[in-house]
Design a protein around this ligand. Sequence first.
Ligand SMILES: C[C@@]1(CC(=O)O)C2=NC(=C\c3[nH]c(c(CCC(=O)O)c3CC(=O)O)Cc3[nH]c(c(CC(=O)O)c3CCC(=O)O)/C=C3\N/C(=C\2)[C@@H](CCC(=O)O)[C@]3(C)CC(=O)O)/[C@H]1CCC(=O)O
Ligand SMILES: NC(=O)c1ccc[n+]([C@@H]2O[C@H](COP(=O)([O-])OP(=O)(O)OC[C@H]3O[C@@H](n4cnc5c(N)ncnc54)[C@H](O)[C@@H]3O)[C@@H](O)[C@H]2O)c1
Length: 234
Amino acid sequence: MGASQYGAFLQLVDSKCLVVGGGTIAVRKIQGLVETGAHLVIVSPELDPRLVDVLLMGTHTHIKRCYEAHDVLGMRLVFAATNDADVNARVAQDANAQGILVNVADNPSLCSFMVPSVIARGDVSIAIGSAGQSPALTRALKQYLEPLLPIAIGALARYLSSLREQILSLHLPEHERHEWLKRLISVEMLEAWRQGDHTKLEATIQQVCNQYGLVVAPLPKAIDEYHHSKQIVE
Ligand SMILES: C[C@@]1(CC(=O)O)C2=NC(=C\c3[nH]c(c(CCC(=O)O)c3CC(=O)O)Cc3[nH]c(c(CC(=O)O)c3CCC(=O)O)/C=C3\N/C(=C\2)[C@@H](CCC(=O)O)[C@]3(C)CC(=O)O)/[C@H]1CCC(=O)O
Ligand SMILES: NC(=O)c1ccc[n+]([C@@H]2O[C@H](COP(=O)([O-])OP(=O)(O)OC[C@H]3O[C@@H](n4cnc5c(N)ncnc54)[C@H](O)[C@@H]3O)[C@@H](O)[C@H]2O)c1
């Protein structure tokens, strides 16, 4: 079955994003934004104390007043998260008039994008959504899937990325290159690695790399980190 909404991961470094409102829901949206490198402008007469640390980072701004139409100008994304439905609807209208993507916390029909539930492990993440049908289901699904994604999967991605760079630098014919890169990891290897058995992954990587005379770094530290993170989680 196809999806009614289009999934995408946004690159927001140095982009200005507006959050209208400074309560519980604004805090949640902001927590998901701070690590992206976006510059946040928060317009709200009141501010949840949890946002004090965010402002101390020095790259974000708080404008202590009610929303005004010009606040949306120059923004990449806009979040309407006040507890006033009329204000949220106005924010949506103003953002739409400027062609800016807008998220409206209390009205899915006014959203031009919805915020997914995210399982994040460094650069590896899973985003889950229900097109606004049931945020509670979305959140439960995240909790259900979370144990499947070890914390060290981010480190494994970095390891595979360095191998991939080496392979790309060999300038092999496209078909051969793709075959190689696909052989480096599979569902079976991932599952074994997740269970703490890294031999399959190690053997395949060695075999593939030896074939082309590539020097492989010793066993990915990711494996050690995996055991370590497992101990922390358990
Ligand atoms: C995923 C997550 C991301 C985030 O917000 O960061 C998110 N909602 C989360 C939790 C959550 N939200 C609500 C509950 C109570 C249970 C329930 O209502 O089911 C719970 C569960 C809880 O809190 O446990 C209430 C709620 N939510 C919306 C409305 C308005 C409406 O539907 O009319 C109301 C009713 C307010 C009221 O009752 O008046 C609307 C939206 N919420 C969305 C996202 C978008 C659709 C996502 C999707 O496609 O599923 C959308 C459309 C717009 C948006 O906000 O982007 C985050 C989980 C984060 C995490 O933990 O991982
Ligand atoms: N999307 C979701 O996941 C979700 C979940 C629960 C609730 N909601 C909805 O989100 C909305 C916000 O909920 P909340 O718990 O954060 O509310 P809240 O009362 O904690 O915060 C509201 C914030 O809006 C600010 N505000 C009010 N009028 C404003 C204006 N004119 N301009 C700028 N800021 C203004 C207030 O100062 C306050 O900081 C509610 O409508 C709620 O129903 C959404």
